[in-house]
Unconditional design. Structure first.
Length: 144
């Protein structure tokens, strides 16, 4: 994703990922071992919970190896929610679903501490309660 952000979204995400991983293994081009159909089938079985786990591991590495900015000895954590429309498609039709994205964000590092999508009928306060366990005693929570 970093490669995509640096290049200013000039190419498709898949093309950027292919280029990035080809670069990692010192190849001019990346050759796929699986067909696009096999990849799509495998992706449907992939749990979204893996991303939360990977983010937690990443944030642990960040806090252990980087100076996390503080204000008056408190880590600043911002919380916010935004309504979004997701375009979903199943075998028979395409439809739009309204969801709310909620995130805890570390402004000094420009990193997301925790994020999740919620049904639009859930209130922001309830979303916040679901993420309070991510906060430490020395955190300053900023709400809008």
């Amino acid at each position: 994703m970093l490669v995509t952000m640096i290049s200013g979204f000039k190419a498709g995400v898949q093309a950027e990922l292919n280029g990035f991983f080809a670069h990692l293994i010192n190849q001019a081009d990346l050759t796929r071992e699986a067909s696009a159909q096999a990849f799509s089938k495998a992706r449907k079985q992939f749990s979204h919970l893996a991303f939360a786990h990977l983010n937690q591991q990443f944030m642990t590495l960040v806090s252990n190896n980087l100076n996390v900015p503080h204000w008056n000895d408190l880590r600043v954590v911002a919380a916010d929610a935004s309504k979004m429309q997701m375009f979903l498609q199943d075998a028979s039709h395409r439809f739009v679903r309204e969801v709310i994205a909620f995130a805890l964000y570390l402004p000094g590092l420009e990193m997301t501490l925790s994020a999740e999508l919620y049904n639009a009928s859930i209130g922001e306060r309830q979303m916040l309660f679901g993420h309070l366990h991510k906060l430490d005693a020395n955190d300053l929570l900023v709400l809008d």
